[in-house]
Write a protein that binds this ligand. Structure first.
Ligand code: ADP
Length: 269
């Protein structure tokens, strides 16, 4: 029975087609617990963003239902779903200061000036940008802009935060740093996070559970260690193992060479 399992988010039999023919999400059944960090991992085009957009309310399922805190959200518009969102391209208002960017979602929700100021300060402190409230996004680095986007998603105290490749535009070092920050904030706030990435190592570092997507279906839903140790099928084994291969050259006695790839051999070059 829908809602009976006390899941915070519940997809039941969800399908999505954009053109009336091809199913880009096929019969999706997924429960997400309150406070969980759930990552949707999979190759490009596997239906992750579409799934997130249906949860956010920017796309509607063709079939099936989505419950949030036990209630159908079918007729609830995006801004009434109490969901914070962070995307790869930040989507900050360039003509507003950082503080004004953060005030926006609070004004939409009708919070008064004093409450707004307190929330903005807390959110900026959380992402360690307390001194940057007066700057415009163009005066900040990419990493700082992404932190502002994160603060804006959290400033109105949502119970659910959706993140779609939020670190995709950052360089490797900053990405790894931000992964830890996001994880820290998740643990500190106890907020439920649904995170989309095509990057296995990112998913393995951050998630409580990972839903591995391929061609619109979940291939396996499990904790990171279990995915590694007990992949359910060849796709999961190959996809999860991708950054765990030995790449190199074999030189034969006669001087001929060939490229080799040994799955599961660790990050040895
Ligand atoms: P992912 O996030 O895993 O990369 P998407 O959910 O973005 O996958 O896309 C799944 C499939 O749906 C892709 O084939 C994509 O081309 C298609 N698709 C996504 N958005 C639209 C849209 N607005 N209109 C038509 N097709 C779309």
């Amino acid at each position: 029975m829908p809602g009976a399992k006390n899941a915070f988010v519940e997809f039941s039999g969800v399908q999505k087609t954009y053109d009336g023919e091809t199913l880009v999400v096929k019969d999706l059944n997924l429960d997400i617990a309150r406070g969980e960090f759930l990552t949707m991992l999979g190759p490009s085009g596997s239906g992750k963003t579409t799934t997130l957009m249906m949860l956010a309310g920017f796309e509607a399922p063709t079939y099936g239902s989505i419950l949030l805190a036990g209630r159908s959200i079918e007729n609830v518009p995006p801004h009434k779903r109490d969901i914070g969102m962070v995307f790869q391209n930040y989507a900050l208002f360039p003509h507003m200061t950082v503080e004004e960017n953060l005030a926006f979602p609070l004004k939409v929700r009708g919070l008064g000036k004093l409450k707004r100021e307190a929330r903005i300060k807390r959110a900026l402190d959380m992402v360690r940008l307390g001194a940057y409230g007066g700057r415009r996004p163009g005066q900040l680095s990419g990493g700082q802009q992404q932190r502002v986007a994160l603060a804006r998603a959290l400033v109105f105290d949502p119970k659910l935060v959706l993140m779609d490749e939020p670190l995709g535009a950052l360089d490797k070092q900053l990405r790894e740093h931000m992964q830890l920050e996001i994880k820290h904030i998740h643990e500190h706030l106890g907020v439920t996070v649904v995170y989309v990435t095509h990057d296995q190592s990112e998913a393995l570092t951050m998630s409580d559970r990972i839903a591995v997507f391929n061609e619109g279906t979940i291939q396996q839903l499990a904790a990171p260690a279990e995915l590694y140790e007990r992949p359910q099928n060849a796709f999961v084994a190959q996809f999860i193992g991708e950054n765990n291969r030995l790449h190199g050259k074999v030189v034969a006695m006669n001087g001929a060479t060939c490229e080799v790839e040994i799955p599961g051999a660790g990050n040895v070059q």
